[in-house]
Design a protein around this ligand. Structure first.
Ligand code: THU
Length: 139
């Protein structure tokens, strides 16, 4: 087994700050729940994301997926860490759909959740999505 890849504390703090500031750009007129996210990609660059809602509610996109899709659109192929900020007293972890999308590009990625208090969660994708189906399962 290989050791989990290490992401520096400084990079994680930067990621958290980016996620917090990205929430200001959320388009969330229906839920009024502005979420921010940030992705540390394989290149070392950080990409922000926010939730983008739609009058057809099923088309709403979470902040985490916005950040990952931006990274991929910029040419990134892997995700080392994801941070998500929610405007809540306690941190929340990414939804099931976002866990699956994070897994696609970062099966061992660090996932950090921050909120409006000092509480935070720091975990990794295998803990959030055990037994995940992924690219390796396709022949
Ligand atoms: N949302 C996110 O963007 N990320 C999460 O981790 C939780 C939920 C969004 C989706 C929707 O726009 C709003 O928050 C309420 O669910």
């Amino acid at each position: 087994m290989t050791a989990p890849s290490r992401v520096s504390d400084a990079a994680l703090r930067r990621l958290e700050r980016t996620a917090r500031s990205a929430s200001a750009r959320a388009y969330a007129p229906y839920s009024r729940f502005p979420v921010g996210a940030a992705v540390l990609a394989g290149s070392g660059r950080i990409y922000p994301g926010c939730n983008v809602e739609n009058a057809a509610y099923g088309m709403c996109n979470c902040a985490e997926r916005t950040a990952i899709f931006s990274a991929v659109a910029a040419g990134e192929k892997s995700v080392r860490a994801v941070a998500v900020y929610t405007p809540t007293p306690l941190p929340t972890t990414p939804c099931g759909a976002c866990r699956q999308v994070i897994h696609e590009f970062g099966p061992d990625a660090v996932v950090i959740s921050v909120c409006d208090s000092k509480n935070r969660i720091e975990t990794r994708v295998p803990a959030l999505l055990p037994g995940a189906f992924g690219p390796g399962d396709l022949a």
